[in-house]
Design a protein. Structure first.
Length: 302
């Protein structure tokens, strides 16, 4: 009985050279070829996975590098702020010693309130503002400038800075210096939520490009753009005092810089939501808005 001959399944590759050499035949078993195909597919998948992995790795690496740079910048900024606060506190301490030596006494927050005649108002309309917090943009006031402007103009006339050293009798951190000369075009009016919208400062109309000066010595905690007040500057003066200078044409100081009372900080303009060239000026203490007329000495002459 003849056994049937088993045929092996082979893949034959015939190589015919260009010269006169004999052709060569290579035989590869089909089973082995399948193994090669499987290994090849695995290798391709590993290559694709490796490419994806390295792409993700470099992406995460670059993100971590950017975050590290941002964190380093934030740490430097915080260090700079702490240094500025320490310098400011040293200035306040030196000023207290000088006033004591001259027999002028200390000027604290209670005395400031008595000097200015300001009565404390209830907080709740605006949260406490701190140097490292970007100020909250307030909603535009609905008080009509046309109805209020003639009244305040007739009452106060043109506001001019006092040409004397009377400001030296007050704490340099107390906002007594008139920021800009001009006409009071809109008065301070802080009313209940159920009434009119709050106008938490005063508007002083003046010539475009007029120099705006710091009402008191302090640190620039904000110098930039806001939707409502345009080019805005916020100064922190210590003892919880902040002053706002809005609608500026141009800002002349940088954030975290120290300014002295009467120093140039901006140019009067019409940026943001504004109907004319004027300065919007506010005074805050411990998160409570105050009437600037009770602090600025220029109003005592009217």
């Amino acid at each position: 009985m003849n056994k049937s001959r088993k045929h092996r399944k082979l893949l034959q590759i015939l190589v015919i050279p260009d010269d006169k050499d004999e052709p060569k035949t290579y035989s590869i078993p089909i089973k082995r070829l399948k193994i090669f195909k499987f290994v090849g597919v695995v290798l391709v998948l590993h290559m694709i996975a490796g490419i994806i992995f390295y792409f993700q790795y470099f992406h995460v690496y670059n993100k971590n590098k950017e975050l590290g740079q941002v964190n380093q910048q934030l740490e430097e900024n915080n260090k700079r702020i702490y240094e500025l606060i320490a310098k400011f506190e040293d200035l306040e301490s030196s000023q207290t010693k000088i006033r004591t030596a001259l027999g002028l006494g200390n000027v604290n927050s209670n005395n400031n309130s008595q000097i200015s005649g300001t009565t404390q108002q209830s907080s709740g309309s605006t949260p406490t503002i701190y140097p490292d917090v970007v100020p909250v943009v307030k909603q535009p006031t609905t008080i009509s400038r046309e109805t209020t402007a003639p009244v305040v103009k007739e009452r106060f006339g043109r506001l001019s800075r006092i040409r004397s050293n009377i400001h030296a009798n007050f704490d340099k951190s107390l906002p007594t210096f008139l920021p800009v000369e001009g006409v009071l075009s809109n008065d301070y009016e802080n009313v209940n939520y159920e009434g009119k919208s709050n106008h938490l400062g005063i508007d002083i109309a003046g010539e475009r490009g007029a120099i705006i000066k710091a009402a008191a010595s302090g640190v620039v905690v904000y110098a930039g753009w806001t939707y409502n007040l345009g080019n805005l500057i916020i100064l922190y003066h210590g003892n919880g005092y902040f002053t706002y200078y809005g609608h500026n044409q141009r800002v002349l100081v940088e954030r975290n810089s120290l300014v002295a009372k009467g120093e140039n900080i901006a140019l009067l303009g019409n940026s943001g939501i504004s109907s004319g060239h004027h300065l919007h000026f506010e005074i805050w203490k411990d998160g409570v808005p105050l009437d600037p007329k009770n602090y600025l000495l220029a109003f005592s002459e009217n």
